[in-house]
Ligand binder design. Sequence first.
Ligand code: NAI
Ligand code: HPV
Length: 402
Amino acid sequence: MAPISIKSVLISESVDPRCRAILEENGIRVTEKQNMKKDELIAEIKDYDGLVVRSATKVTADIINAADNLKIIGRAGTGVDNVDVDAATKKGIIVMNTPSGNTISAAELTCALLMSLSRNVPQAAMSMKQGNWDRKKFMGAELFGKVLGIVGLGRIGKEVASRMQSFGMRTIGYDPITPPEVSASWGVEQMSLEQLWPQCDYITVHTPLMPSTVGLLNDETFAKCKKGVKVVNCARGGIIDEAALVRALESGQCGGAGLDVFVEEPPKERSLINHPNVISCPHLGASTKEAQARCGEDIALQIVDMVQGKKLVGAVSSTQLFTCHLAGDMNLCFHQIKPAFSACWVFILDPGKILYSRCFIIYWTMCHSVCPNAMFSLQPNNYHRSLNDFDQLLSSLRCVNG
Ligand SMILES: NC(=O)C1=CN([C@@H]2O[C@H](COP(=O)(O)OP(=O)(O)OC[C@H]3O[C@@H](n4cnc5c(N)ncnc54)[C@H](O)[C@@H]3O)[C@@H](O)[C@H]2O)C=CC1
Ligand SMILES: O=C(O)C(=O)COP(=O)(O)O
């Protein structure tokens, strides 16, 4: 892969200091400026070759279009829904994330919310601080023997499953890409959402935010659930429709919710947060020392590798034609993926890894609902389908795309 010149990087959020240190050690000038308003960022971004963000910076098309020199947007974290990847792709800007750095932390917070929901820990702690000793009000229920539905069986969903199995929960799930035999190897039985909803005592969502996952839990799907189902969202605000959740809580159809993420952050609309059966956190899934250290370090090293032309890891978009030497020694050359999936051309130089890479493209395409001009990446390590399965999936996508 040809080296890309990055001389200056703007870090617009609180990112672990290792990120700055690694970039500077490699001769890249770094400026840290937090809490910039959109206009300030538009004015500032002109001077930089790279931008490093977390989830709070909304890298919209107008910011991208004002960025005359920008070559890389680095997301020190997983979700890239705060970046207009399409606008970046059109401008030839590479968008890159650090997909595994905060997996364990997000999974652990999910488990903490599931446990808190079952035993009312936050509410009881609050009551104690108010001087009460109320043992009746906070009667809970065991997780042992209950059914946990996991929607989205990627990195985080999988870690949640294995942890909650140790509490004796039965784990069932749904994922359009992860093959059932793979999830079965982590103890998760896959089924359709129609089959899943009525069986669950608890549901947790772990999908990216994209058009197909907005409102996965809505009035209609809540109605299909067991009365009193408890839900957790440590993925993205909006995957569980917030207004529908309020209605389900009011009617008792939903017995409680643990929320780390909101459609608007911080949320102005407080009815969910103030509901007595809701426990919430201010988007803390990745807020651990360990996750921040990994994400800060990973994004800096990925940028340095790219600058040195060594390899390109974690990239989710680019308009450029690259021959990339990816982690795992896969030599890939991705060439002009056109705006219809069936028209994509992918040259894979290592035939042994062909499925792996093709499946990622399907996954990426589904996640973004649009095809980029070109993309390449190496991310999941569990999307092994047989060639037959792949070709069937490809034909069905071709049908959908006309
Ligand atoms: N609260 C927080 O601080 C954090 C939140 N996150 C969120 O968690 C999300 C998931 O992260 P990972 O597990 O690392 O991602 P991942 O990419 O490993 O897994 C996502 C899974 O969702 C599946 N999926 C896509 N569409 C689906 C659908 N319609 N129904 C069911 N499954 C579907 C994919 O096939 C994939 O297996 C991220 O996209 C991010 O938004 C991630 C880290 C921290
Ligand atoms: O990595 C993710 O997707 C997250 O949601 C974490 O967001 P943050 O980096 O804590 O703003």
